[in-house]
Write a protein that binds this ligand. Structure first.
Ligand SMILES: [Zn+2]
Length: 426
């Protein structure tokens, strides 16, 4: 057994529904076989197990491990490609880079850079948009297993409106996806996600094959994009005249449920929000990406009021980096601009427990007794601004706000998944 000693902040209950920040300074968390078995004042927790190892986390704060619900494996090198809206960004920036993933040597380098980037940012769990090429997806899973992260990912599929080398038949999409799931789904902390790129790149036949795969892989997730950009929304409406709206292009193929995560939802109708709420599907809100591509101001209040579950995603490479702290700050900015001010507890909820719920991981996302010990120690770099101001915070909420405002990957000192340290390999 190990006892972790420090200041612990988490959000076991949603601040959008009456919960708030739970803060304990001088806390002890006892962990056995990867699970939190006791938590409380350090003196009491320590006295109950005087012979066990103590990990001293003095200075900074211990948070639950961060959860990224939308991030693209092939796109790390297009981070920073500014100045284009979605569809021309895809054609000019993202899809050429996606095509390079057919080269397994390149894919291996990117897999290492990508997974290490997640880990260094304090992300312990991620729903990852994979690559269009199965060998590249294998390399992603291999690296995630070696580093020790919880990663859910899959083969990205599309059969129209893409570069020809990225398109795949419905039969091949099913068979390649099925064999990837057989190799990785349920192995260590890895799971499979059925991943059509977006409805703009899919025919009804391909979505039917996605539904078949989702039905045949027990416990698989579903992920895609929705309502990101007005031109995209209009193009999807033209391609699917039989559908009531964009969300319906997935719902009509029975792809939406509690293990479904759709990125963006910047331009939803109320009818679409009702379908998302009714099916239990979650939205991955990606505020940096929405800002960088000029996609729009995410209507968080409408999602919350209509009962849609929302978590955070970095959306690398349209997003501008792996830090969910910065993503939380950007979410704050975008809601402040719409008259919906969030607290630091809302940001932590979105970056941790909400993400775990979206990914159907009930044992992850806060540091309560019975949860997995997935945690990140934010210990500010000596001399940096966060280091200089954190000790002068008014209270725990203010300290957490300072972490979101000023924290970056360099301030992530350690992280753990299921009680084991995340292994940085390079
Ligand atoms: Zn995306």
């Amino acid at each position: 057994m190990t006892v972790y000693h420090g200041t612990v902040l988490d959000t076991p209950h949603s601040p959008f529904h009456g919960g708030g920040l739970r803060a304990e300074s001088d806390a002890g968390i006892a962990v056995e076989a990867g699970v939190v078995v006791d938590r409380g004042p350090f003196a009491r927790v320590r006295a109950a197990r005087p012979d066990d190892e103590v990990v001293d986390l003095a200075g900074g704060v211990l948070l639950p491990g961060l959860v990224d619900t939308h991030v693209h494996f092939p796109q790390i090198r297009v981070i920073g490609g500014l100045g284009k809206p979605l569809l021309s960004w895809l054609d000019g920036r993202a899809l050429p880079e996606e095509a390079r993933m057919s080269d397994v040597h390149h894919a291996g380098v990117i897999a290492a850079d990508f997974v290490d980037g997640l880990a260094r940012a304090g992300t312990t769990t991620a729903l990852v948009f994979g690559a269009h090429f199965a060998p590249a997806v294998d390399l992603l899973f291999e690296r995630a297993a070696a580093v020790g992260l919880r990663v859910t990912a899959g083969l990205v599929v599309g059969d129209r409106n893409l570069r020809p080398e990225l398109e795949v038949s419905a039969e091949r999409a099913y068979s390649d996806g099925r064999s990837l799931a057989e190799r990785w789904h349920g192995k260590e902390r890895l799971r499979y996600a059925v991943t059509p790129r977006f409805s703009l790149a899919t025919t009804p036949g391909l979505l039917e094959s996605c539904a078949a795969l989702l039905g045949d892989v027990d416990g698989a997730l579903f992920t895609s994009h929705v309502n990101e950009n007005p031109a995209e929304v209009a193009a999807v409406a033209q391609l699917f005249p039989e559908c009531a709206h964009y969300v319906d292009t997935y719902d009509r193929f029975a792809l939406l449920g509690r293990r479904s995560v759709l990125a963006h939802s910047v331009h939803p109708t109320d009818a679409e929000l009702d379908v998302l709420a009714g099916t239990g599907a979650s939205v991955a809100h990606c505020p940096s990406s929405n800002s960088a591509l000029g996609s729009g101001l995410f209507p968080l209040r409408r999602h919350v009021e209509r009962g849609v579950r929302v978590a955070l995603g970095t959306d690398v490479g349209a997003g501008t980096g792996f830090s969910l702290l910065r993503e939380g700050l950007q979410a704050y900015f975008m809601q402040a601009l719409q008259g919906y001010p969030l607290t630091s507890a809302h940001l932590l909820w979105l970056a941790t427990r909400a993400g775990a719920a979206a990914l159907d991981l009930p044992d992850v996302g806060d540091l309560s007794v019975g949860r997995q010990f997935d945690a990140v120690w934010v210990r500010p770099q000596e001399g940096g601004t966060l280091d200089r101001v954190l000790g002068h915070a008014d209270d725990a909420d203010d300290a957490l706000a300072k972490v979101f405002a000023l924290g970056c990957a360099a301030d992530i000192r350690s992280s753990w998944v299921a009680g084991g340290p995340v292994r940085l390999l390079s």
